[in-house]
Design a binder for this molecule. Structure first.
Ligand SMILES: [Zn+2]
Length: 63
């Protein structure tokens, strides 16, 4: 059973927010952090792909 980090009350599992103070529970915060990390990884992959295409393309467009 996760305890709320803010009011230290026990919160039932499965809830995104603490029923006592309304702050996000650690489990939900972890899921949000993971989703943000996943989005950041996609952003980096897209940026790397963009750079690869540009490196491949630029000499040709100059010459
Ligand atoms: Zn709370």
């Amino acid at each position: 059973m996760p305890d709320c980090l803010y009011c230290q009350q026990a919160a039932p599992p499965g809830l995104p927010d603490c029923p006592h103070c309304g702050m996000p529970l650690p489990v939900a915060a972890e899921r949000i952090r993971l989703r943000r990390l996943r989005r950041f990884q996609w952003f980096c992959a897209g940026l790397a792909l963009f750079c690869a295409v540009m490196i491949y393309w630029l000499p040709r467009s100059l010459g």
